[in-house]
Design a protein around this ligand. Structure first.
Ligand code: GLN
Length: 507
């Protein structure tokens, strides 16, 4: 990929910025497209023609955008060969709001195809490496965005999170990752994978930056009927009431519950793999214990909590996500978007050929799975059961954090819940890596926030064996400010780690 630089850039950067990007890109391949001159900048009140001092904290900052979020004139491949040639005809609301605040989109980042995966290796376009160790994956599906931020190519990036795709790559790369409450950020311009679970999220180099970006992109949007403003009673984004109590979900108890559930069923190797995948590797456990001890030191009260339905989260997530994906991806038929075969016998053949050549194996698997769980006569067995589990998970969280509409008035037992992000640090490629099935089973700590629609924040806890290890906070709906405050306290004592060769261009 060429790092373009013929014209003046759309933002101010030091002379050596582009060479720095080019050098890192060679190693990590975070971007599908990088062009610091292309962004069509709107005439906005934030942009000063006279080049005077910035009026917003984001003015003049470059940012990257996952390639499933539309930025007019840029690629919108979703990591799929089927859409490799597509140019976005319009701009997502979240990006539009960032443009208005003076920030500049400089490129589109690699991802697992349509957001399906945990490594970015499911991209049909290219491979992205982890800036901490190029032999390892950056996580996924927003792996390109996480790698770009971790390497210092941009101070923040947008991603999308359907079951952990912002938080898990953030943890793998040692950056901050926020999955906002469902509906808090408009999905207009985000290519749909599983509409009831997903949202646009933020990957950033600091908690402070994450708050600034979220403050800009959140809010109701007439172009997305599921978007909304925070309900009355929700804590404000800046200076929310001080959080005091953190509920700690014991990863040992969760792994035990998964193992019990697995034994209680038919047994067999796939289920055993699921139980193994739920257990934390020692380095991640150490990071989690360090976070737990660190928050006590910071003056928080920590209580052990339980989420009894969490162990059913992964099967419910994959049932609902694939069901929705099978409907959402039906639009890719070779007629309206993207690649189409040279020749086809009839319209059915056109669709077959387009999908056969355009979709990768993981996407095909999930479409098949989705149509399987929705088969007529079988909905009770899979889809409706998954919806009942979803309701159970939501109730478990509500009992600890309070309801999403702030109707109860009283003080809930916890201000946030502390839990792991993923059972491993960034895994390697090849034989020793996590199998695709184990990767799915390992989503149990992330996918529950999506099933419940709650905000969740992943941030670096420590560096273990040369790789970053993250932890996660889940909060009450629309209490992003509370999560950011708690993580901000942590960050004061434990500033974000950086891979070697990292340079910070942005204050
Ligand atoms: N690992 C999850 C999956 O493969 C996460 C996806 C996402 O959040 N987009 O579905």
């Amino acid at each position: 990929m060429k790092i373009q630089s013929e014209e003046p850039m759309s933002f101010k950067a030091p002379q050596d910025y582009l060479p720095y990007v080019a050098e890192w890109e060679e190693k990590i391949g975070a971007f599908i497209e990088f062009d610091p001159c292309r962004a069509a900048l709107p005439e906005s009140p934030a942009r000063r023609a006279d080049g005077g001092p910035p009026r917003t904290n984001l003015e003049g900052l470059p940012f990257a955008v996952k390639d499933n979020i539309a930025v007019r004139g840029f690629s919108l491949s979703c990591g799929s060969r089927l859409l490799e040639q597509l140019r976005a005809p319009y701009t997502a609301t979240a990006v539009e709001k960032l443009l208005e605040s003076g920030a500049v989109p400089v490129g589109k980042t690699n991802q697992d195809e349509f957001g399906m995966g945990s490594s970015t290796d499911n991209s049909g376009i290219k491979r992205t490496n982890n800036p901490w160790d190029p032999e390892r994956v950056p996580g996924g599906s927003s792996g390109g965005s996480a790698a770009a931020v971790a390497a210092g190519l941009v101070p923040f990036a947008l991603g999308s999170d359907t079951g952990g795709s912002v938080r898990q790559p953030a943890a793998f790369c040692g950056v901050v990752g926020l999955k906002p409450s469902y509906g808090a950020v408009s999905r207009y311009g985000l290519v749909a994978y599983a509409s009831s679970l997903e949202g646009i999220g933020i990957l950033s180099d600091s908690v402070r930056r994450c708050r600034e970006v979220f403050g800009v992109i959140r809010g109701a949007d007439p172009l997305d009927q599921t978007s909304r403003d925070a309900p009355e009673g929700a804590p404000p984004l800046s200076k929310p009431p001080r959080a005091q109590t953190i509920g700690v979900l014991s990863p040992e108890a969760v792994a035990r519950a998964v193992a019990e559930m697995v034994n209680g069923e038919t047994g067999g190797s796939a289920l055993e793999t699921a139980a193994q995948a739920a257990e934390l590797e020692p380095e991640v456990r150490r990071a989690f214990e360090a976070a737990r001890a660190g928050f006590v030191k910071l003056g928080y009260t920590l209580n052990e909590v339980e989420l009894p339905s969490l162990k059913y989260g992964v099967p419910a997530y994959y049932t609902i996500a694939t069901a929705e994906a099978s409907a959402n991806l039906a639009r890719f038929d070779g007629v309206r978007y993207g690649a189409r075969p040279e020749w086809a016998e009839n319209p059915g053949d056109l669709i077959d050929k387009t999908r056969e050549a355009g979709f990768g194996p993981e996407v095909k698997l999930r479409i098949l799975l989705g149509t399987f769980v929705l088969r007529s006569g079988f909905q009770d067995r899979y889809y409706l059961r998954a919806q009942r589990i979803r309701a159970g998970i939501r109730r478990d969280f509500e009992a600890l954090l309070g309801d999403g509409e702030y109707r109860d008035g009283g003080k809930p037992p916890c201000d946030a819940i502390l839990l792991p992000v993923f059972p491993t640090r960034a895994f390697g490629r090849g034989a020793a890596s996590l199998s695709p099935f184990a990767q799915k089973a390992a989503d149990l700590y992330t996918c529950c926030a999506n099933l419940a629609g709650l905000p969740a924040l992943s941030f670096p806890a420590s560096v273990e064996g040369g790789l970053p290890a993250g932890v996660q906070l889940i909060g009450r709906a629309f209490a992003e400010g509370t999560l950011l405050d708690i993580a901000g306290d942590w960050e004061q004592e434990h500033p974000a780690p950086h891979p070697s060769g990292y340079r910070s261009f942005w204050s």
